[in-house]
Design a protein. Sequence first.
Length: 367
Amino acid sequence: MNETPWTPPRGLDAVFVRRALFVLGVIALALLFVKLKHVLLMLFAAVLVAVLLRAIADPLKARFKLHDRVAMAISVAVVLGVLTLAGVLFANAVSAQLEDLPRTLPQAWEQAKARLVGLPFGKEIVARAEALRAGETVQGGGMEAAKNAAEAARAFFKGLAGGLTDFILVLVGGVYLAIRPRRYRDGFLLLFPRGERPRIADAIDASGGALNRWLLGTLLSMLIIGVMIGLGLWAVGVPSPIALGILAGLGEFVPLLGPAITAVPGLLLALSMGPEAVLWALLVYIGVQQVESNFIVPLIQKRMVNLPPLLTIFSLVVFAALFGPLGVLFAVPLAVVIFVMVKILYVRDVLGEDTPIPGRDKPDSAR
C-alpha cells in the first residue's frame, strides 16, 4: 500500500505559518518578560554594579600596571570598604538623628495644622489629610490592633529579608560580571547571526561606556548635593541635617522626582521651628538645585552623558508603569542604554545618519 506524503490544506502556505509563529513567539516573549520583570531588573542592577567595579579597576590596572584580577580585588575591596564605612558613620552619627524624625515629624504636622487652619481652604486640607491618616490607623480594639501590628511586622521583616537577599544576589552577580565581562558579552552575541554580531557588539560596548560615564557623573552629583544640602540645613538650624543631607544625596539618583520627594521631610522639620525656618530651608533646597542646574550638571555633562530632559521625564513614566517603584529607580540608566542602542543600531546603521554617541562623542548640546 503506497503512502502519499501529507500536504497542508489549500490556502495554508509557508509564509502564513512563519508569520503566525513569529507573532506567537513575540507574545510568548512578552508574557515571559512580564513574569520575569523583577529578575530582569536585578540583572540590570548587577550590570550597574559591574560597571562601577570596572570603573574603579580599569584605571588602577592602566595606571599601576596591575593584573586584572588584582585590580578587580582592589575595586571590590574599595566598594565594600566604602559601604562598611558609610554604615559605621550612619550608625554612629546619623542613627540618633534619624530616630528623632518619627518624633519631630508628628510635631511638625501638628504645628502645620495649627497654621493651615487660619488659611483659606486650610480646614478642608487638614480634614482631608486627617481622613487619609485615619484610614491608615488601626481601627477596633486592642486584639485587632495587636493582630494588625503583628501582620505589619511580619510583612516588614519579610520585605527586609527579600531586599537583603536581592542585594546580595545583585552584588555577587555584579562581581562575576565585572571579572569577565567579555565572556558574558560574547555568549550573548551567539544568539544573533554572524553578520550582525559586530554591530551588536559595538552597540553593547558603547552603551557600557555611556553607562559608566553616567554612573560616575551621578555619584559625583549625589556627593556634592548631599554635602551642600546638609551644610545648608545645618547653617539655618534645621534639625537632623546629616540625615537630610544623605536623603537629598540619595534622591539625586532619580532626577526630577527624587529631589522633590527628599525635600519634604526637611521642610516639615523646619515647619516645627516656625515660618522663618521654613523659608530658610526652602531657600537652601531651591538654591542648591539652582547651583546644580546651572553649574554642577553642565560641568559634569561636558565629560559624561547628556540625556535630553524630555527623554528623562518620559523614561520615569514608562518604566514606572512597566516595573513599578523599582522601575523609577532604574529608569534613567535604562534610558541611557536604550538611547545609545537606538542611536547606533537604528539612527546610524539603518537610517545612515551621522549622530553623536553618548559617552563616545561630544554631547549633542555641545555640537
